[in-house]
Design a binder for this molecule. Structure first.
Ligand SMILES: Cc1cc2nc3c(=O)[nH]c(=O)nc-3n(C[C@H](O)[C@H](O)[C@H](O)COP(=O)(O)O)c2cc1C
Length: 445
């Protein structure tokens, strides 16, 4: 790939946990659709590849005691939001999360095939097993299944999704008024999936969509997550704090593709990137510092408690990190952050400020030139195929990125000058998957 891919991870007022307290934030963004239209228009002005929304299936996304300090506990359901944004945008991809632990593949296949048809080939689904265990309580379960089980289900879920998306051949609908035949029988395929976790007859009651298969994203970084991505995903979102981590991840994940008879270019790797940019470094740093000061200590400690799986609320934020004993099951990113905090001898405040600003992702604070230098270095040195932008504030840092950094990338010839025609899949440089039935028919000729 000679041009990098750029996604925009949306969230009401930004990715920094104190973003809504910023003087320029639109504090009503969690319920005001117009704010998201503005965001999408800015993203299209910046020629970005896709909008992405995460999802958690629960309001409890931080420690109970500080939930009232968070801006995205209650906001717009992402699929509904993206469907509405489809009508307000022309080029940008529309990607959101669905849970393989709580959704059914038939429902998800219909939703995304429909969004793909509505948007002219711009739909994508981020397949997650759902990290937050509280979500289980909203779906008739007393506890979340163990991770290995969840990934086992996720693998079968994706198989069913892809099978259902092959239900109809592209030319199935002949709509022949003369003969009264709307579709040809032999161009409809019944899946008849009977697996360990799902029984799905099919066919899907939504026609084949422009991308054939809407883009599949995977965002877990564990062994199971990487393997699922190598086998089935088109894009993997990741979180790294430096280029060395990103390069190790990149070469590991790309090397797994051959096992599944796939090419390295069949999977785009897009780590998260938080950018605070201004004309001078001092100005950019002042903006970043201002935001850190806005974190309420109760929120910072509660946030950290959830990330570390240990209750540290009520502790003095200026004390050093206490001995937390075993913190095995905190997820890949939290483990890395904790390791760094121990190594650097950080206080709790330093750790929550770092965590709140980055959530484990790469953070850049600097001039347009400095930001573009790092992005180019990553892109040209086997660390990524592009980035999933996580602006600390909306609309502030999104506007700044589009106005200041995008032109720098374009000048260097590593980002598009205009949208190319085609679908999201085309723009990401991904192949259009052939229907399994077409492949089989050709094989038997
Ligand atoms: C950019 C990005 C977006 C993610 N979006 C979601 C999400 O919407 N919902 C969710 O439950 N987990 C989300 N995750 C978390 C991962 O899917 C995964 O559950 C987490 O990384 C822990 O699994 P692992 O140990 O395999 O990394 C996201 C992760 C990243 C890096």
């Amino acid at each position: 790939m000679d041009e990098m891919k750029l996604g925009l991870f949306i969230r009401p007022t930004g990715h920094h946990i104190a973003s809504w307290r910023h003087p320029d934030a639109h504090t009503d963004a969690n319920t005001n659709f117009n704010r998201f239209i503005e965001m999408a228009h800015t993203a299209e002005r910046g020629l970005l590849d896709m909008l992405f929304s995460a999802d958690t299936n629960t309001a409890w996304t931080t420690e109970d005691s500080a939930l009232n300090r968070q801006h995205y506990s209650a906001w717009l359901e992402p699929f509904t939001l993206l469907s509405a944004l489809a009508a307000h945008t022309t080029h940008i991809g529309l990607v959101c999360t669905r849970s393989t632990s709580f959704d059914q593949p038939y429902t998800v296949a219909r939703m995304f095939a429909s969004l793909d048809l509505i948007s002219g080939g711009r739909a994508g689904v981020n397949i997650v097993t759902t990290g937050n265990p509280r979500a289980a309580l909203n779906y008739n379960q007393n506890s979340h299944l163990p991770k290995s089980k969840r990934y086992e289900i996720a693998n079968e879920f994706v198989e069913v999704l892809k099978g259902l998306w092959d239900s109809w051949d592209e030319d199935a609908f002949v709509r022949d008024r003369k003969t009264g035949t709307f579709f040809e029988w032999d161009r409809m395929h019944v899946l008849n999936h009977k697996g360990r976790h799902f029984q799905v007859e099919g066919p899907l009651n939504t026609a084949r969509s422009p991308q054939g298969h809407p883009v599949i994203v995977q965002a877990g970084a564990s062994e199971e997550g990487r393997e699922l991505a190598a086998k089935s995903a088109d894009v993997i979102f990741a979180a790294h704090q430096n280029i060395e981590m990103a390069q190790t991840f990149y070469s590991d994940v790309k090397s797994r593709l051959a096992r599944y008879h796939r090419q390295p270019s069949d999977l785009a790797i897009m780590p998260g990137l938080s950018v605070t940019v201004a004309a001078t470094l001092d100005e950019a740093q002042a903006k970043a510092d201002e935001l850190q000061e806005l974190i309420h200590p109760d929120h910072g400690l509660a946030y950290l408690s959830r990330r570390l799986g240990h209750d540290i609320t009520g502790m003095d934020p200026d004390e050093p990190l206490p001995d937390l004993g075993a913190v095995d099951d905190v997820g890949t990113r939290s483990g890395q952050m904790l390791e760094m905090a121990r190594r650097e001898g950080w206080t709790l405040r330093q750790l929550y400020q770092h965590f709140a600003a980055t959530r484990g992702h790469m953070v850049l604070v600097g001039t347009p030139m400095q930001v573009a230098d790092v992005m180019q270095e990553w892109f040209e040195n086997g660390a990524c195929d592009g980035f999933n932008l996580i602006p600390p504030t909306f609309p502030g840092e999104l506007d700044a990125f589009v106005d200041l950094v995008v032109p720098q990338l374009q000048r260097r010839g590593i980002f598009r000058m205009a949208y190319e025609a085609g679908t999201l899949r085309d723009r990401l440089g991904l192949r259009v998957p052939r229907s399994r039935y077409a492949a089989r028919a050709q094989g038997t000729k």
